[in-house]
Structures are given as C-alpha cells and as structure tokens.
Design a protein around this ligand. Structure first.
Ligand code: T5A
Length: 260
C-alpha cells in the first residue's frame, strides 16, 4: 500500500510526463510480472478513452499471465452500484456538491474494503477505471471543493489503499466533447453552439455529463495539476491521438514505471 497523499500535499511540484517519444511499444514479460499486487488507475475527463484503453491493457496483461482485476467507479460492488444510480440519475439535479463528493467516497470505501484490498493482498493487479483522482478533478476542480478537504475524506475512504500509479488521459475539452456527442462537432462547425454545448442530447447523458463546458475545462486542468503535484505516482498520456497511438503510450509509461 502507498503512503498517504496528505503528506505530499505541499512542496512537490514537477513536470508532468507526456509520453511523446514512443519507443517502447510493448511491455516486456518481466514488466508484466511486476504488476502483481500493484494498483493502477486509468483516469481522465469524460470521453478521454480510458475505458477503451483499459480493455486493451487487460487483454494484454491477461495474455501475459497476470492475475488482474478491473473495477469501475462509482460502483464495482452491489452497494456501490446503488450509489452510482443515485449519483448519475438526472432526477437528482438538486444534489449538493458536498453530498456528491461524499457519495463518491462512500462507493469508493466499499470498493476498497470489499474488492481492492483483498485483491491486492492476494497478489493480484488491480486496474481501476477512476479513483480519488476523479473526485479531486470533478468535485474539486470542477465543483470548487477544496483539495485538502477532499483528501481528508479520501484518507478515511481509501484507508491506505492508494494507487501505485495513476495514468491520466489528457486531451482538449473540445475533442472529448466531440467524441461523446457528434452534435457538438456538427454545431461547432456551424458556429451556433454556445450554451452547454456538450450535451444537446441531454436525454441520453448522465447528471455529471450534462454540466457545462467550463466545468470540464476545470476538470482537465485539475488532472494536470495533480500530475504536477505528485510526479512520482502520476503519468500523463496524450489521449487526443488514435486509439493505437494512445495504447503505445500506455504500454510505454506503465512498462517504464514498473520496469527497472
Ligand atoms: N465522477 C466519477 C465524478 O464526478 N467523481 C468521481 O469521484 C468519480 C469516480 C462516471 C461519471 O462520474 C464522474 C465522472 C463521470 O462523469 P461513467 O459513465 O462511468 O460516469 O463515465 P466515464 O468514466 O467517463 O466512462 P466512459 O466509458 O463513458 O468514458 P471514457 O472512459 O472516457 O471513454 P471511452 O473509452 O468509453 O471512449 C469514449 C468514446 O470515444 C471513443 C470510443 O470509441 C467511445 O466512442 N474513443 C476514441 N475516439 C477517437 N480516438 C481515440 N483515441 C479514442 N478512444 C476512445
């Protein structure tokens, strides 16, 4: 398990690592073996393509014989899935940002105790689709809650089970929006999309996805801020590239992080 984040809240400022020089396209057998008992998070703004990359990574790791478990947040447990429904339901528009933050943490606490910690203790690799880094970005960066307060609650929810590595999938907000909603791309070309342009088709988007563009800009900035705060446990990939190019970057940063 990793040390608490609280201890590194201040003083750690360094450059985030964008994997620009793609030399290492696959992970060596020995790199895969080092994933045993490791906790890796794929995170980023909506539409960044992390779920697509998780499926690919999982397939390769399993192919290399790694015992690996994949979880998504919010959710991943029967209780967590019920919390997910509460959080993402478009009926709950009046939900206060503090209530929202605590619900994400409640889902996380259950996931850690029921699934993540036992898996890590059994020597399995845990691959999580979002974690506390999402709460910092969305409820902190996007929603305006203080990072310090979020981390204090996270200490309780996570109970020491911090990720070894968080891979942030970074891309311009407009690109993410276009992926999620082709109407955005079409409207942008016409020059007539301005208010809450992300989700013209709000009926099919969840409560968080219905937020305005500024919110997602702040979310993106917060992820990059986190990578600068904790360079020893974060890596950033350029998620605006093709799926195959992003995959190469992922293999490179994960391979190098756990390699020699
Ligand atoms: N949230 C979550 C918080 O606010 N606080 C928290 O603490 C936590 C944990 C979860 C929502 O909750 C919020 C964040 C979210 O808004 P969700 O339904 O689980 O909601 O949504 P996401 O986590 O955003 O997951 P998604 O699977 O919907 O999106 P991904 O993982 O970003 O993207 P993916 O891989 O599904 O790809 C999106 C689209 O882009 C294409 C894919 O084919 C797909 O169509 N794509 C690409 N297109 C071009 N080039 C590429 N490189 C591409 N990669 C993927």
């Amino acid at each position: 398990m990793r040390a608490k984040w609280g201890g590194v809240l201040t003083g750690l400022v360094g450059a985030s690592t964008i994997a620009e020089n793609i030399e290492k396209e696959t992970m060596a057998e020995s790199d895969y073996q080092r994933l045993a008992g490791k906790f890796v998070v794929f995170d980023g703004p909506d539409g960044c393509g992390k779920t697509t990359q998780m499926k690919r990574f999982l397939e390769k790791a399993e192919g290399a014989g790694v015992r690996i478990r994949r979880f998504r947040e919010p959710g991943g447990t029967p209780i967590g899935e019920q919390i997910r429904d509460l959080l993402l339901s478009t009926k709950n528009q009046e939900m206060d940002m503090r209530c929202e933050m605590l619900l994400y943490m409640a889902s996380r606490a259950q996931l850690v105790q029921e699934q993540i910690r036992p898996a890590l203790e059994a020597g399995e690799c845990v691959l999580a689709d979002r974690f506390a880094s999402s709460t910092l970005a969305y409820q902190g960066g996007g929603g305006g809650l203080s990072s310090t307060a979020i981390l204090q609650v996270a200490e309780i929810a996570v109970d020491g089970a911090w990720p070894h590595l968080t891979v942030v999938f970074d891309l311009p907000t407009d690109v993410a929006m276009s992926r999620l909603n082709p109407l955005w791309a079409a409207g942008k070309k016409r020059g007539d999309v301005n208010q809450n342009p992300l989700f013209d088709d709000s009926a099919v988007k969840d409560r968080i996805e219905q937020r305005a563009r500024d919110f997602f800009e702040r979310v993106r900035e917060n992820y990059l801020w986190q990578a600068k705060q904790w360079p020893e446990r974060y890596r950033v990939v350029d998620a605006s590239k093709t799926i195959a190019q992003v995959e190469k970057q992922v293999m490179k940063v994960v391979g190098e992080f756990f390699g020699d």
